[in-house]
Design a binder for this molecule. Structure first.
Ligand SMILES: Nc1nc2c(c(=O)[nH]1)N[C@H]1C(S)=C(S)[C@@H](COP(=O)(O)OP(=O)(O)OC[C@H]3O[C@@H](n4cnc5c(=O)[nH]c(N)nc54)[C@H](O)[C@@H]3O)O[C@H]1N2
Ligand SMILES: Nc1nc2c(c(=O)[nH]1)N[C@H]1C(S)=C(S)[C@@H](COP(=O)(O)OP(=O)(O)OC[C@H]3O[C@@H](n4cnc5c(=O)[nH]c(N)nc54)[C@H](O)[C@@H]3O)O[C@H]1N2
Ligand code: SF4
Ligand SMILES: [Mo]
Length: 719
């Protein structure tokens, strides 16, 4: 089975298209399916090391003893689903459907929309996706400014601006190859990164800004472009609103002021602004660093403004729009099933932890514009624009109000490790009446579950992708092997629950294939018609149709103003209040990230081949700082913020600016004892979320994304 069949690798979110091949001894191998998707990354080559790993979950488990005690018994699927449905029904009957919370990564399960459809049928609104910290929040700012997401046209780009992206053949090779091709054509690379990364070494201009100050730089670029008349006056006059207010706002952001804030040369700021504005086709590709700052909204808004005023919109950076034709994920989700009074209950729309931009109240602001464009459903770009606010959710789960949340599902999501304020998430999960985790491994989050359900992995499932509605295109991926053991696909599980909860009508399709055929019926295709591997383009609204409330590019955003926020970008100095109160105690600004070649977010640490390459979690520290702290290369050290501590191995690194350190994201040790006594297999000893709180001062006020890149300060000492 699977030889010559096209699938999509999901060992990372690169989503390379691959084709199954017969390996030795019947083992599965995959090869690249098309030149744009290189799939030559070692992770894809290890498909069977993952699939057949002895520690992989292959049977449903039920907790015995206390939650988090680490003791399990095997149960049948029917028993597990019967018991879960009965317990969930009891929670909903007592507290209402808003007492159910789901954290889900659609890419990790191969479905968008299915979980939302089940939740919408139940009236449940508290859904969170990690895309809220990764591209989804970019999408919502794009939506506020353009009405939809802008994607760079790499084939034409002659100037690339990267805010902290570091790419290579093991970290998003597809984009890395696009970058290399652009540079080979003579494109200019402007890299904004405090570190001297490998990507920065390829750059024509490297702006080593202070961590967390990117928004100030972007405001100064806009200042130069307006002051020097480098903008596209025709495009601005025809398509933009808010230019005069913008001009006024950025007047104070001279290169000299930004130079002081960012710690880079004013002339370099001027020069790079000119290079960007004078290019034929400049692009600012999405990068996660802009998504995890306290100034995230402003930075993303400033990036959007740069594209628009320089005339690159739909001329290098293309705004498509929600797809029409074929049933896309948001359409499948059927948000229209939700009663207004249930929508109003979604957490994070109002009250003390309100961060409305990713919630339903913001999504509602585009309803008229999408209706005008003839879109017959409520769009959702990356499964996040109808989401609840994570910090508000975890607080409600801990019993801090405004109402009880008592049942929690993690679906292809390692929730404990994938947000800020890790200890608070552990407490939130422990306080639940029911915890269900759908996983490949007994992760730190699964270790806190009542039921752990074994999921299939990408090579074992059919997928009608993409799992998000960013671009109007449909692709099919086909299973290369049967699921291991008793592993199941998410649709089967969701349907099993829907049937038992009395909402089976919402998921009437017998299996995933039937669902996919139903989704493709409007374009006259079946799932099997897509076997040639070629994507099918869906219709999209005409270019130049901006789905904002005004129908124009909103340089000053009416959506932000309606939500009670500043319609224009600004800059606020990131500040860790406890560190500021004790000057000198926490000398280093910390950023989480610089993705690891040998793992993917929190996954892959159990894979022997990859673990051998990266056996321990590394702190990157400038050699002068290490000397000052008495920390030797390769020695264990304690890294402490005012909010928590982790232990990491020091790696002395000249590329890391003095006064800053890098802490890794996603480290746990699957080989160590689990459960609460084991600190969740050392997740509580190593992960970045232990250091970085989800306190209000560390959240972007509009979107609630945490400042994981350059707000929190730490002290470092030998262990
Ligand atoms: N503290 C902190 N939080 C962060 C970040 C950070 O840097 N620091 N980064 C953010 C970013 S950029 C992202 S993209 C998100 C990522 O968030 P996630 O995508 O949720 O994180 P992963 O660790 O990739 O995957 C979560 C879980 O999915 C499981 N999984 C993988 N494949 C499958 C599958 O096929 N089936 C099933 N059932 N499960 C599967 C893995 O075992 C893993 O435990 O996290 C965000 N959160
Ligand atoms: N092998 C592998 N590949 C991956 C992943 C993985 O885990 N493993 N994860 C994938 C995912 S989900 C994502 S989102 C991407 C993320 O990948 P990238 O977009 O490359 O982001 P990071 O790795 O978090 O950070 C890279 C750089 O950001 C800089 N940086 C940190 N803070 C700031 C700041 O405030 N301003 C600026 N300008 N720069 C800053 C750091 O110095 C670092 O050099 O990688 C993807 N690719
Ligand atoms: S980069 Fe590697 S792990 Fe990521 S999707 Fe492509 S082949 Fe898979
Ligand atoms: Mo990400």
């Amino acid at each position: 089975m699977g030889e010559g069949v096209v699938s999509t690798c999901r060992f990372c979110d690169g989503g390379c298209r691959v084709v199954g091949e017969a390996g030795d001894d019947g083992r599965l191998r995959v090869a690249p399916a098309s030149p744009e998707f290189p799939a030559i990354c070692p992770k894809a080559a290890a498909v069977d090391e993952y699939r057949l790993h002895p520690d992989r979950l292959t049977v449903p488990l039920r907790r015995v003893g206390e939650r988090g005690a680490g003791e399990w018994e095997r149960v049948s699927w029917d028993e597990a689903l019967d018991e879960i449905a009965a317990k969930l029904r009891a929670v909903i009957d007592e507290h209402g459907p808003e007492a159910l919370a789901v954290a889900e990564m659609p890419l990790n399960i191969g479905f968008g929309g299915v979980t939302r459809r089940l939740m919408n049928a139940l009236g449940a609104v508290n859904y969170t996706a990690p895309t809220q910290l990764c591209m989804g929040n970019t999408a919502q700012v794009h939506r506020a400014v353009y009405g939809w997401f802008a994607s760079p046209d790499w084939a034409r780009a002659d100037c690339i601006v990267y805010f902290g992206q570091d790419r290579d053949m093991q970290r998003w090779p597809a984009e890395y190859l696009q970058l290399k091709a652009a540079l080979a054509r003579g494109a200019t690379l402007i890299e904004v990164d405090p570190r001297l990364t490998d990507t920065a070494r390829l750059a024509d201009y490297h702006l080593r800004v202070r961590y967390g100050t990117d928004a100030a730089l972007a405001l100064a670029w806009i200042n130069v472009i307006i002051e020097e008349g480098l903008y596209d006056a025709g495009f601005v006059a025809a398509w933009c609103v808010g230019f005069d207010e913008l001009r006024e706002r950025v007047a104070a952001w001279t290169p000299e002021r930004a130079a002081e804030v960012c710690g880079v040369d004013a002339e370099l700021i001027r020069q790079t602004a000119r290079v960007y504005a004078n290019a034929a086709c400049a692009v600012i590709p999405w990068g996660v660093v802009a998504d995890m700052q306290v100034n995230s909204t402003s930075l993303l808004q400033a990036q959007c403004i740069l594209r628009a005023i320089c005339g690159y919109l739909n001329d290098g950076e293309n705004v498509s729009g929600p797809a029409l034709g074929g049933v896309v994920n948001a359409q499948l989700a059927a948000f229209e099933m939700l009663a207004p009074e249930q929508r109003a209950k979604q957490l994070g729309q109002d009250g003390p932890r309100a961060h409305p931009l990713l919630t339903m109240c913001a999504a509602a602001l585009y309803r008229d514009a999408t209706a005008r464009a003839g879109i017959p459903y409520e769009p959702d770009i990356l499964g996040e624009s109808q989401a609840c606010d994570p910090s508000a959710l975890f607080a409600a789960m801990r019993g801090e109000g405004p109402y009880p949340v008592r049942a929690f599902f993690a679906v292809g999501n390692n929730t404990v490790m994938s947000y800020a304020g890790q200890q608070g998430i552990v407490d939130a999960i422990r306080a639940q009446d029911l915890v269900v985790v759908f996983e490949n491994w007994l992760t730190p989050t699964a270790q806190l579950a009542d039921y752990v359900l074994p999921g299939d992995m990408w090579a074992e499932r059919d997928v009608l992708g993409p799992e998000f509605d960013v671009a109007p295109v449909l692709t099919a991926s086909y299973a290369l092997r049967e699921p291991a053991g008793e592993c199941r696909g998410w649709y089967e599980v969701a349907k099993g629950l829907a049937d038992r909860l009395g909402v089976g009508d919402a998921l009437p399709w017998a299996d995933a294939r039937e669902l996919f055929d139903w989704r493709l019926a409007p374009i006259g295709k079946t799932f099997d018609d897509l076997r040639d591997g070629r994507p099918v383009l869906a219709e999209a609204p005409a270019r130049g149709c901006f789905l904002t409330p005004s129908g124009k590019v909103e340089l000053a955003s009416s959506a932000l103003a309606t939500l009670g926020h500043d319609p224009l970008p600004s800059y606020v100095e990131p500040c860790d209040p406890a560190a500021a109160a004790e000057p000198g105690r926490y000398p280093y600004v910390a950023f989480a990230g610089l993705r690891e070649r040998a793992s993917y977010n929190t996954n892959f640490h159990q894979m022997p081949t990859f673990r051998a390459q990266a056996p321990e979690p590394l702190l990157l520290i400038n050699p002068a700082d290490a000397a000052a702290e008495g920390v030797a290369d390769g020695a264990w050290c304690v890294v402490e913020s005012a909010y928590g501590r982790v232990e990491l191995v020091a790696r002395l690194d000249d590329a890391q600016p003095a006064g800053s350190v890098r802490v890794p994201h996603g480290w746990w040790k699957p080989e160590l004892p689990g459960g609460l006594v084991g600190g969740l297999s050392a997740a509580c000893l190593h992960n970045d979320g232990m250091l970085m709180p989800d306190a209000e001062w560390n959240l972007d006020p509009v979107q609630g994304v945490p400042g994981l890149r350059g707000t929190v300060r730490v002290a470092v000492r030998p262990r």
